[in-house]
Design a protein around this ligand. Sequence first.
Ligand SMILES: [Zn+2]
Ligand SMILES: [Zn+2]
Length: 153
Amino acid sequence: MDVIYSQDRKKGSNLPLDNAFLDRIKRDYPNFRFVEGRKFAFRPPRTIVMGPDETNWRMLLLHEVGHAICGHKTFNMDVKRIKMEVEAWEKAREIAKDYEVSLNEDFIEEELDTYRDWLHQKSRCPICGLTRFQTPDSQYHCPSCETFKNNKK
Ligand SMILES: [Zn+2]
Ligand SMILES: [Zn+2]
């Protein structure tokens, strides 16, 4: 059985078979680099890593393109990270109309929730369970335990 591949689709690629959408995005954003990877990601300043084919493939690609359009850089502050995730989805929502991709809002909320849970987990003090705060050097500090430590010095 013959399968017609999109022009750029390499052998062993996990990209969706029908790639007219990707071809168009690449044409519309010639300055961004599109590479294949194990999962979707944005590598500043302009590389978009495309994950394997899945139900929400188009949405996820638009999301990473959203990061690139917003000019996001990596931040040490996790709170900013969540803000960037929200921004990238807003951008994805904007450009989705041009590509006739319908966004599944429940999926977006789930995606954002994983970041919120991750932040919550990360900010919890492993010793006393209190919510810690983060300084720009990306270190977490517990308001209770650190005072205790300093007093002991
Ligand atoms: Zn993102
Ligand atoms: Zn603590």
